[in-house]
Design a protein around this ligand. Sequence first.
Ligand SMILES: Cc1cc2nc3c(=O)[nH]c(=O)nc-3n(C[C@H](O)[C@H](O)[C@H](O)COP(=O)(O)OP(=O)(O)OC[C@H]3O[C@@H](n4cnc5c(N)ncnc54)[C@H](O)[C@@H]3O)c2cc1C
Length: 392
Amino acid sequence: MNTPWATVDAEVIERVDEVIARTIRPMAAEVDGASVFPADAVADLAASGLGVMLMPAELGGTATSSATYAEAMMRIAAECGATSTVYMTQMHCAHPIHLQGSKPQIESWLPRICDGSAVGAIALTEPSAGSDVGAMRTVARRDGDAYVVNGEKTFISNGDRADVIVLFATVDPAQGKRGVTAFLLETAGLEGFEAGPPMKKLGQKGASTVTLAFQDCRIPASARMGAEGEGYPLLLRSVVRSRISAAAQGVGFATGAFDATVAWAAERDMLSSRTAAAQDLQFELARLRGEITAARAMLLSVCDLVDARGDDEPVAEVSLVKLHCTALGTTVAAACVELLGPDGDLVAAGAERRLRDAKIAEIYDGTNQIQSMLVARDIRQSVTATAAPRAT
Ligand SMILES: Cc1cc2nc3c(=O)[nH]c(=O)nc-3n(C[C@H](O)[C@H](O)[C@H](O)COP(=O)(O)OP(=O)(O)OC[C@H]3O[C@@H](n4cnc5c(N)ncnc54)[C@H](O)[C@@H]3O)c2cc1C
């Protein structure tokens, strides 16, 4: 993954590599094995000026290109899936605040998320609403100069650690998507709010994922981000960046599994041997490296497209890259586990962890079925747009 890419800032990536060597790599096995929240790793990233890379420098961010962010995420995910998830969640919280927060919300929270003194979360999913945003049942009812929130969110990354949460709730369930409204919640001393214990999961085990319960939870009206009903468009814009994160994780997990397999093969002199078994392995490694290289190029070029298009986000291309790269993470990691034979099952070999981490990235940030639907819709629209008018 050392091939230069014009829009990737090499100096920033050098700093990322330093944090990886210093903190992320040494802790990765323990973070997974003992489900340790990777607070040290995320703090080290922030202390190295990498807290939230896509935010402007005046708010404490690194103001990098999307390609630089994706390259960093690939490298972090290759080493430790949980760290990459906690780290990207900081960005997923900061990004909607930056897009639609009030001046006080932006000035109060973004510098703190960027410097790592505040942990952020974003809460959309409910037990019966995630893919189907219109089915959202967490209600925020206006009451004088406040809103009263009731309902439950689930599968919320960083939810039990968060100082600040971007909450999507509906002001009126009957309005479907048009009722969805965004709020910025400060969790300190917040009454009627409770985070559940970390869920026990397949992978990314150190990354905390929890339920959030709201019971007559009163928040000031000034906590609203944008107008009532402006939550759904904000959500659509937010997922463009979060799907880039998931795609980068997919390539990262594939790379982590690949590197573990190469190290395993090198130890057994299988990279230079000309036996039939060794050559089969070498050819399979060559094929997997080609797949990873192609996915990385696809991801970085979509990142460049995201930056070039500004507010006119390339939704279908981002869905394509999320779909392709997260699926690749699972197939490459599974192929690596298989190449290792029985050692593929061993925690010490390092491939099984990447396979467990990779599978989940196909599910969050919009499942890959939902990404397929969005791409299919784009194909349909492109046909409609280019269809010649019928002769009458
Ligand atoms: C580790 C982890 C971390 C997460 N972090 C967060 C977070 O920080 N914040 C947050 O808000 N959420 C988070 N989520 C939730 C995640 O984004 C959602 O679970 C995911 O988007 C799926 O939505 P859902 O739960 O509504 O599933 P459902 O929509 O109920 O999906 C169930 C199945 O049905 C399929 N399906 C649904 N609709 C259709 C359709 N129309 N056509 C075809 N198939 C369909 C899905 O593809 C899936 O296979 C996280 C999830 C996990 C596992």
